[in-house]
Write a protein that binds this ligand. Structure first.
Ligand code: SGN
Ligand code: CA
Length: 563
């Protein structure tokens, strides 16, 4: 049974008085515990601490109420494994080598968990890593293989080999976490706990307890759902992540292949494969609950479909997308609540840094999109909430330009450990504690995974509070200038507008300096293109055929020979 709150308080007071009586100097500051909570593809638009338009997330919000909410946190490369590599190494992806999801992480990189472990921390990781190899520097881990599954997932474990656990991934990852806290955590050591959800990643399967609540909801549409990309530029128009055109009726929106057959809707292969793959993972009872819950959706769709035009289809797909996506977040929020409750009930809030973030942001219909990858706000930015009792003032907000690049140095700084020279971020402690200097005026961004799924061109960018200057290279040579203050929906490219000539020149100069500072170059970009295409030629890249890869490779060789 828990000690009643008042008794606990007086016990603490009594011990404090006894301690004060025995010593005149303050107790040495113990290195803080770190609870790093990260979800996969969790848009800040879907956290009520940022906006309650779509969903209430009372538990995640607790972290902001007890600490600081960052409104300008971003990633250096908006895709899963590269973001994780940046978080762990404190280096941009062009230097840690993990520029896309395709190649295994180079584990000769030194990561902050390895350093914390070597300095006396107990370390554990549960959930999604997506590295293609196991994490170094962890006393314990149970990670999903690759993307992992929502239902009855497999796990790669440090001590039990590969296991399959029945149930829903978000709940299971939390059970592992709570079990470790209760049974394996060593009181005499500070700890680093990485609690990493798979949700709300595509293809958005919610826990069955949330079917009733979410399958009947209707959500407000974003202003730019019907974006025509005309003023955004070529790269935006070329991307394949439009809800109407690229979201699958079955694989994403969960209409059964039979329903599609009846309506003579020709769904492309991968979507049906994805849908059937998920059905196969369900136990009979889970499958029955799923099919029962979604049946009314199929029936009403069948009745409506013959009259639907493209606009109606977009409205319909957006609602279906939001129901499933937000449904998965409900379980994340409940489970985060369980972990916070545990920390509170076990006096672990006192010296623990609690972080909630995502590996990147996500489009929830803005510009008509789902997915991420672009330097536009919804995927470039990422949620960031940080609590640390007595160090971070509750209920504070920071609009500083911080990045996932900064986590490693922040945690090392908090543990009073010098960060290796090679790390490129900055400790967030001055911002968190509101003591010390913070002077960053711009951040650097570089996305690589192209040509591949979703077809988002390679690009690098400088981002300040007022502007973004983006360069798409390789398949195109396009510059985009965004005016963040006057065009917050980021629908226009002012690059060729003469009234921006001075701004443009200034940003070009700053971008050049930033690339030098972070040691990025065209030469490196070219190396990554060649590496990617060579691997695609041998059939190893998802979303790019061998034939197409060979064609592009030959074109590049010809262009070089001509130069
Ligand atoms: C899968 C998804 C993509 C998604 C990538 C990367 N397709 O390939 O939509 O962009 O993961 O996501 S799916 O058909 O498998 O659902 S990431 O978060 O891991 O980077
Ligand atoms: Ca992700």
């Amino acid at each position: 049974m828990n000690t009643p709150y008042r008794t606990r308080v007086s016990l603490v007071l009594l011990m404090g008085l006894l301690f004060a009586a025995c010593t005149s100097s303050p107790p040495p500051q113990q290195p803080p515990n770190i609870v790093f909570i990260m979800s996969d593809d969790h848009a800040y638009q879907a956290i009520s601490a940022y906006s309650d338009k779509l969903i209430e997330t009372p538990n995640i919000d607790r972290i902001a109420q007890q600490g600081m909410l960052f409104t300008n946190a971003s990633v250096t490369n908006s895709i899963c494994a590269p973001s994780r590599a940046t978080i762990l190494t404190g280096k941009h992806t062009h230097l840690n080598g993990k520029v896309d999801n395709h190649f295994a992480f180079d584990d000769s990189n030194i990561t902050f968990p390895q350093i914390l472990q070597a300095n006396g921390y107990q370390t554990a990781m549960f959930g999604k890593l997506h590295f293609g190899n196991n994490p170094k520097g962890f006393d314990e881990f149970k990670i999903l293989p690759g993307q992992g599954a929502y239902w009855n997932p497999d796990f790669i474990t440090k001590h039990q080999g590969k296991i399959k656990v029945e149930g829903y991934a978000t709940d299971i990852i939390t059970d592992f976490t709570l079990d470790w806290l209760a049974n394996d955590r060593k009181e005499e050591q500070p700890f680093l706990l990485m609690y990493l959800h798979k949700a709300p990643h595509r293809a958005w399967y919610m826990a069955d307890r949330h079917y009733d609540e979410f399958l009947n909801r209707k959500f407000e549409e974003p202003e730019t759902l019907f974006e025509d990309y005309k003023t955004m530029g070529k790269a935006a128009a070329e991307a394949e992540m439009n809800i109407l055109h690229h979201m699958g009726w079955s694989g994403d929106n969960k209409l059964s292949p039979e329903t599609l057959d009846e309506l003579s809707i020709n769904e492309i292969g991968p979507d049906i494969v994805r849908y059937n793959g998920m059905l196969r993972r369900f136990t009979p009872a889970q499958r029955q609950a799923f099919e029962k819950a979604y049946r009314p959706i199929h029936e009403s769709f069948k009745a409506a479909y013959p009259q639907m035009d493209d606009k109606d289809k977009m409205h319909w797909k957006y609602q279906r997308y939001m129901q499933d996506y937000l449904g998965t977040i409900k379980a994340v929020d409940e489970n985060v609540g369980k972990v916070l409750d545990y920390l509170e009930a076990n006096n672990l809030m006192d010296n623990t840094i609690i972080v909630y973030t995502s590996d990147q942001g996500f489009y929830l219909g803005e510009h008509g999109w789902f997915d991420k990858r672009f330097a536009y706000n919804e995927s470039f930015k990422t949620p960031l909430l940080v609590a640390w009792k007595d160090r971070v003032q509750p209920g504070t907000v920071s609009d500083a330009l911080v990045q996932n690049l900064d986590f490693a140095q922040t945690f090392l700084d908090a543990a009073n450990i010098n960060a290796p020279e090679a790390m490129q971020g900055e400790s967030l402690l001055p911002l968190l504690t509101q003591q010390g200097n913070w002077s960053r005026e711009s951040v650097y961004y570089h996305y690589y995974e192209y040509p591949a799924e979703h077809m988002v061109n390679r690009h690098y960018a400088i981002v300040t509070k007022d502007y973004k200057l983006i360069h798409y290279y390789f398949a195109t040579n396009e510059w985009v200038l965004i005016d963040r203050r006057n065009d917050p929906l980021e629908q226009n490219n002012f690059y060729n507008d003469s009234s921006y000539a001075q701004v443009k020149a200034d940003l070009h100069q700053k971008l050049k300096a930033l690339r030098l500072k972070y040691k990025d170059s065209d030469e490196l970009s070219n190396q990554y293109i060649d590496q990617f295409l060579s691997s695609a030629v041998s059939g190893k890249v998802y979303g790019l055929s061998k034939e197409r890869a060979r064609e592009i490779l030959l074109q590049r060789q010809a262009a070089r020979a001509n130069n």
